[in-house]
Design a protein around this ligand. Structure first.
Ligand code: PMT
Length: 409
């Protein structure tokens, strides 16, 4: 892998780990990248711009204006030039400013104007790292789309000792290479994703619904689109929004509406991921008027079954189309998931269990096991839904690539 021709903006802040940036620049350049340094005033206390400009072969940017001739550094141009920005080391102060848009130095203005993906390698002592305010800011950055590179545990370091320490430059470079290599691996692919809950109306003010927030499906949509795919995101009611221009969002309310939208879109896609929590039943008849409370102790609704979107599409799918289902289970998890995969003709099924803390509905995290039709099984730890989306797409991509290679031989 290489970083040949990649334009990388490296932000350096006031941490003792700034000495590692020198090595990071050398590694990035060795891999073929062009590196533009932006340093905060505090960063210059730890490493000199002279060293950095000699290593990067470019003037270091630290002030809004060049002293002497008043030339202005355009953070907007930098945002357009970059293929990627990485802040390494990133102090608690810089992370806080980034999370809150406090643009009082060139590094933060560059971040706010950045059009390219942003990576952040925190560096601070463990207490600062663990502080609720730092953790809140890191979470906020993640939600804003930044990628956090936490130090991996060294063989001798305990889990906590590793935290807060800046990741080693070699590992950072490997992560960036990996990022660029997967970045366009879904180019020219069309993917349909169902997400969120469905609402089945009882009367004009009430519905039958469920706790799905849409987060899992939206994370998958962002992941697929960031790898170059054209995504059709069919979503039930949710407060979430999408940011990537490759995502076409189709809003629906009920299972029947989701079914109709999916049937329209499915014939043109290469793959479909069914992450929506679709209501299995809907009221047989929706009341036109608001149902009034009566003196009767009991009230009953007659329900009728909804179409099974995934199962019906599974019947008409072409051999080149991949379908990936989800199973949200509470008991006999694996058995039920495999049964669903077979019944609905999925190539893969992603199992999440309500018995795992932090998994399933609503949370920002999920814990999944991916099962494939050819009997493979891979379990992952509890991770943010964006990381889970990455694992899901990586697994599907790797398995199908391997399968296609086998067929070619
Ligand atoms: O939205 P979040 O809050 O992030 O939560 C994510 C999630 C828990 C909703 C998600 O990870 C998940 O598990 N989605 C599927 C939940 C589910 O209802 O599964 P199921 O076992 O009922 O259905 C199996 C599969 O068939 C699913 O892929 C489902 O989308 C699909 N299905 C089910 C019923 C139906 N009528 N049509 C369908 O397409």
């Amino acid at each position: 892998m290489s970083l040949q021709g990649k334009h990388i903006v490296l932000g350096i802040t006031g941490s003792i780990a700034a000495y590692k940036s020198a090595h990071l620049i050398r590694l990035l350049i060795k891999k073929g990248a062009e590196v533009q340094i932006v340093i905060t005033p505090a960063g210059k206390e730890f490493i000199t711009p002279v060293t950095l400009s000699a290593l990067s072969d470019r003037p270091v940017i630290s002030e809004f204006f060049t002293s002497g001739d008043g030339t202005w550094h355009s953070h907007v141009d930098l945002g357009l030039w970059a293929d990627l920005m990485i802040i390494a080391p990133a102090t608690a102060a810089t992370i806080g400013k980034m999370a809150n848009g406090i643009a009082d130095n060139m590094l933060i203005t560059s971040y706010l104007s950045m059009k390219a993906p942003v990576f952040v390698a925190p560096a601070m002592d463990l207490d600062m790292y663990r502080h609720i305010s730092t953790q809140r800011n890191i979470e906020k950055l993640k939600n804003d789309g930044a990628w956090i590179i936490d130090a991996t545990e060294g063989e001798l370091a305990s889990h906590l000792e590793g935290k807060g320490r800046m990741e080693e430059p070699e590992n950072i470079v490997a992560i960036l290479e990996q990022f660029f290599s997967t970045r366009n691996n879904l180019l020219n692919k069309k993917i349909m994703i169902t997400a969120g809950p469905t609402y089945e109306r009882i009367d004009p003010v009430r519905f039958i619904g469920n706790f799905s927030s849409g987060k899992m499906g939206f994370a998958l949509a962002e992941e697929c689109s960031s790898r170059g795919a054209e995504v059709f995101l069919i979503t039930g009611p949710t407060v979430l929004s999408v940011s990537h221009p490759n995502i076409t969002r189709v809003n629906v309310e009920s299972a029947v509406e989701m079914h109709d939208a999916a049937f329209n879109i499915f014939p043109q896609v290469d793959a479909a991921i069914f992450s929506a929590a679709v209501a299995d039943y809907r009221p047989e008849k929706m009341s036109e008027e608001k149902i009034k409370r009566s003196e009767k102790e009991k009230f009953s609704l007659t329900l009728t079954s909804n179409p099974d979107i995934a199962a019906s599409l599974g019947k008409i799918k072409e051999p080149y189309q991949l379908t990936i289902g989800f199973a949200l289970e509470t008991n006999n998890e694996e058995f039920n998931a495999i049964k669903k995969m077979e019944e609905k003709n999925f190539d893969f099924i992603v199992l999440n269990s309500l018995n795992d803390q932090g998994a399933g509905f609503g949370h920002d995290t999920n814990k999944v096991t991916i099962l494939s039709r050819d009997g493979k099984k891979q379990s992952f730890s509890l991770k943010s839904k964006s990381e889970v989306a990455k694992d899901i797409i990586d697994t599907i991509f790797e398995t199908t690539e391997a399968r296609n290679k086998k067929l070619e031989v």
